[in-house]
Design a protein around this ligand. Structure first.
Ligand code: 5GP
Length: 190
């Protein structure tokens, strides 16, 4: 069992059948030492790929990705949730259904920060149904940027996102894959 899995067992709170709260170490209070260990694990798993940029989505992906970007020594770009209708066309834009807030958001990345010259590692905290990842993939496709890998902290394996993303052919490395969870137990995929 790795350090993230151990920490989930210790401090994760299963809120309902589908939502895991990790506010005490990942999403609100943040354990930087744990993030450093996670970043090193991704560096090891992706040691054969060359990347020049990390891409994530605000807000909970940013802290993890900042540490990963520091370990890989590359810049971090995060997709912003569009606050008002952006009329300028200097942004890539995709629509993402938010699992946690149950609303559709537009996410945007300024064209200046993503291009066909970029080799991208996408990082996010959770993978549920895959909408956030699909939005980030869509943005990379608009920029003709190359997605070299995807790193997820916690994949909920009982939801469909992981299967969809792997089936498209992306290299997806999740540090903890939850097979099933309830308020009594959390079981990880081996
Ligand atoms: P998806 O788009 O794959 O359905 O959901 C992924 C996004 O929703 C992540 O960016 C994450 O912020 C949020 N999310 C999904 N499931 C959970 C969960 O169980 N707990 C928390 N805290 N966030 C989640």
């Amino acid at each position: 069992m790795n350090c993230l899995e151990k920490r989930i067992l210790k401090n994760g709170i299963v809120k309902n059948a589908n939502v895991l709260k990790v506010d005490s170490f990942l999403n609100h209070q943040i354990d930087i030492k744990l993030l450093q260990e996670m970043a090193l694990e991704w560096q090891y798993r992706f040691k054969d790929i060359e990347i020049n940029k990390i891409l994530t989505i605000e807000s909970s992906g940013i802290a993890i990705s900042a540490i990963v970007a520091s370990v890989f020594n590359v810049p971090l770009v995060y997709a912003k949730k569009e606050k008002s209708q952006t009329i300028e066309d200097d942004f890539y834009k995709a629509s993402v259904f938010s699992f946690t807030h149950n609303v559709e958001n537009n996410i945007i990345v300024k064209r200046d920060y993503l291009s066909e010259d970029d080799n991208i590692l996408i990082i996010d905290d959770f993978l549920a149904n895959g909408c956030a990842l699909e939005g980030l993939i869509e943005i990379c496709n608009q920029a003709n940027a190359n997605i070299k890998g995807i790193g997820i902290a916690i994949e909920k394996g009982f939801q469909d996102g992981g299967r969809k993303i792997r089936n498209i052919g992306y290299r997806l490395e999740s540090l903890a894959i939850i097979e099933k969870m309830s308020d009594k137990e959390i079981i990880f995929r081996k």
